[in-house]
Ligand binder design. Structure first.
Ligand code: PLP
Length: 390
């Protein structure tokens, strides 16, 4: 049993229980109030930055419009995401097309709708941007080598080496685009703050070299996401990240900061969600087996994909938790006929021994990368439903 109050206050927990009592499981309940608080805190901690919410973390319309009202900008990856932004009457000037993997016709679509800020990491993509989005601002994403300290790495697939970034920024200029800056992503749920130090130092070196050798002045650094949500594996407080990162930026750039972009996803929405599941079955694999298997109606295919390799360890609370209840280790699994659909086997959660079929099991901090990651209905199990709590 976890100490629930480390993750959510009694007041918020009671508000959630009231709101969710009659809901059918599985589902996730998102607190807009929590997202608003997170946004305001991030603003205060990084007052010199512009925030581009990474919509993929939680694309619920109510989430996006709440953040829009608070002044956020948006980091998008597809036409469908852009259509939603436009349907909410959000100015396309507040959008960055941050996906480095895109079709020519999608670039044209973004341009036609008024988007003028594009990420790239390859020559072919850069040429496409030049032809379909002439004159736009581009920033080049660099690879940051070591993301092993991130619980959900985003390296290798994206970004290019600094030498290539240099060439691309020069080529952007030659192609009539505006080379505006450099981006990186140190990996999602990055628990080693030092990763930003290395990335910022690399960025600074690249910008200075371009300035000296080619007279190209970059005025933007996009530091991506990677800021933590609260899970079982301990991470520093966001204020700690802010203080350290400010120091790294000062070391690299002195008082003369370029304009800084942040692209938080997980840190804005992660702790806003509680996924509610129900115990379908409890069994043991032999008469002498030490561990129970606890099968839930939520699993890898309907919301809990980030339990792949047990990467993200959500705080778990059950409806049987009480201060003196006896507990024992359990293996947790989802409901489908697929053996990948085991949630936690190596990491042993302790659950009350009197946990029974029909009890509720709550996964805290499930506001990011859950509902939008669910399958359309593998094995007939519907995608995870989202409910919005004001
Ligand atoms: C997914 C993504 C983010 C968000 O990362 P978090 O770790 O969730 O904050 C930011 N930028 C880009 C380009 C991304 O792909």
């Amino acid at each position: 049993m976890i100490n629930r109050t480390e993750f959510i206050s009694d007041v918020e927990w009671e508000r959630f229980l009231d709101f969710s009592r009659g809901l059918e499981t599985p589902c996730v309940v998102i607190s807009l109030q929590t997202i608003e608080n997170n946004y305001v805190t991030l603003r205060e901690l990084f007052p010199y930055s512009q925030i581009y919410y990474a919509v993929k973390a939680n694309p619920e319309r109510a989430v996006v419009s709440t953040l829009a009202e608070l002044g956020a900008n948006f980091d998008l990856a597809s036409r469908e995401e852009l259509d939603m932004i436009l349907a909410l009457n959000i100015d396309p000037a507040r959008v960055s097309y941050g996906n480095t993997i895109k079709k020519l016709k999608d670039i044209a679509y973004f341009y036609e709708k008024g988007v003028r800020l594009f990420a790239t990491d390859s020559e072919e993509d850069l040429k496409n941007i030049a032809s379909a989005a002439p004159g736009s601002k581009v920033y080049v994403r660099i690879i940051v080598e070591d993301s092993s300290s991130a619980d959900w790495p985003l390296s290798r697939k994206f970004g290019c080496h600094s030498d290539m970034a240099y060439d691309l920024l020069v080529a952007a200029w030659d192609l009539g685009l505006t080379p505006s800056g450099i981006s990186f992503h140190v990996g999602s749920q990055q628990r080693d703050i030092g990763q930003w130090d290395d990335a910022i130092a690399k960025t600074k070196y690249l910008a200075s070299t371009l300035e000296e050798e080619k007279g190209i002045h970059l005025d933007m650094v996009n530091m991506g996401g990677g800021f933590p949500a609260p899970y079982m594996q301990p991470a520093n407080k966001l204020s700690e990240y802010a203080a350290e990162i400010h120091r790294y930026l000062t070391n690299a750039f002195g008082k003369d900061f370029p304009s800084i972009i942040l692209e938080p996803g997980r840190s804005l929405t992660g702790n806003s969600g509680i996924l509610i599941s129900e115990v379908v079955l409890i069994s043991r694999k032999s008469n002498a087996a030490l561990n129970r298997w606890v099968y839930l109606d939520a699993g890898k295919f309907n919301g809990l994909i980030e339990t792949l390799n047990e990467a993200i360890k959500y705080p778990i609370v059950t409806s049987r938790d009480s201060p003196f209840c006896k507990e024992a280790e359990a293996i947790l699994a989802g409901p489908t006929c697929d053996s990948t659909d085991i949630l936690y086997e190596d990491y042993k959660y302790k659950l009350p021994v009197d946990l029974a079929i029909g009890d509720r099991v709550y996964f805290l901090s499930t506001g990011a990368y859950t509902a939008s990651y669910a399958s359309v209905g593998f094995n007939g199990f519907a995608p995870l439903k989202t409910y919005i709590m004001p």
